[in-house]
Design a protein around this ligand. Structure first.
Ligand code: GLN
Length: 237
């Protein structure tokens, strides 16, 4: 992003992938950029539209198996997201959106090709993972405890090309031990809720990746209350 230009936030396929308040992630990113005086432009790209390769941050949400499989096919055929990554774009992906960035995933019992942007594979678990999710984030990212809500059937196995986002302390995440993954400027999580409202530190990390700028602290009393409330609920259960 040049200093004159706007930070381009692109929400991919809201018509297919947007569950459990995932649109909130776009709102939080735009708001936190705005509070730092960064001009922002938000675009929503539907599944029948071409994916522009000139975005700074791409957001992909969660969804049911059918829309997830269709989204992966379209993103692979389109090629715009891969070109964006080649230019150094930042991606934040949640649940189905996270799985489809990997090498492969299962939808409706069938193995599907992912985009291969994250070195991971997802298969089906014996049970559905539903409920509160918490974890201690990779120290390399310097972020507080991750909190979120998860609802997925898939289990994700990380390859050597990615690092886990967090070590699970409540819930399932990838496999009951690790949660999410990151590599370069691509980050994926099973955390809905929406994740960036509950984890503003991740929003600021994405903004740092996208701009190369330090994010000045802002008044986070409300997100902190939300985090504390949800973490207390996890600890009680
Ligand atoms: N369909 C995927 C699964 O069940 C993702 C679900 C979701 O995005 N909430 O694993």
């Amino acid at each position: 992003m040049s200093t004159e230009s706007r930070l381009r936030l692109i929400w991919l396929y809201p018509d297919l992938l947007s569950t459990y308040g995932d649109r909130g992630n776009l709102l939080i990113l735009a708001r936190r950029a705005d509070l730092r005086g960064l001009p922002v432009e938000c675009a929503e790209v539907r599944a029948d539209q071409a994916v522009p390769a000139d975005g700074d941050v791409y957001l992909i949400g969660g969804g049911e198996d059918g829309p997830q499989a269709l989204a992966a096919q379209r993103l692979i055929a389109d090629g715009g997201l891969r070109r964006a990554v080649d230019r150094g774009a930042t991606i934040f992906s949640v649940c189905a959106g996270y799985q489809l960035l990997g090498n492969s995933f299962y939808a409706k019992g069938a193995k599907c090709a992912g985009l291969g942007l994250l070195d991971l594979d997802s298969d089906r678990g014996e049970t559905r993972a539903v409920g509160e999710l918490a974890g201690e984030v990779d120290p390399a990212l310097g972020l507080p405890t991750l909190t979120g809500f998860e609802n997925h059937g898939g289990r994700t196995h990380l390859g050597p090309g990615v690092r886990p986002l967090a070590r699970v302390t409540a819930g399932i995440g990838n496999d009951g031990r690790s949660e999410g993954a990151w590599h370069g400027r691509i980050l994926g999580t099973y955390s809905h809720g929406p994740a960036l409202a509950r984890n503003p530190g991740i929003a600021d990390l994405l903004l740092r990746w996208a701009t190369g700028m330090t994010m000045e602290p802002i008044d986070d009393r409300w997100p902190t209350r939300l985090r504390d409330e949800r973490l207390a609920a996890v600890l009680k259960s």
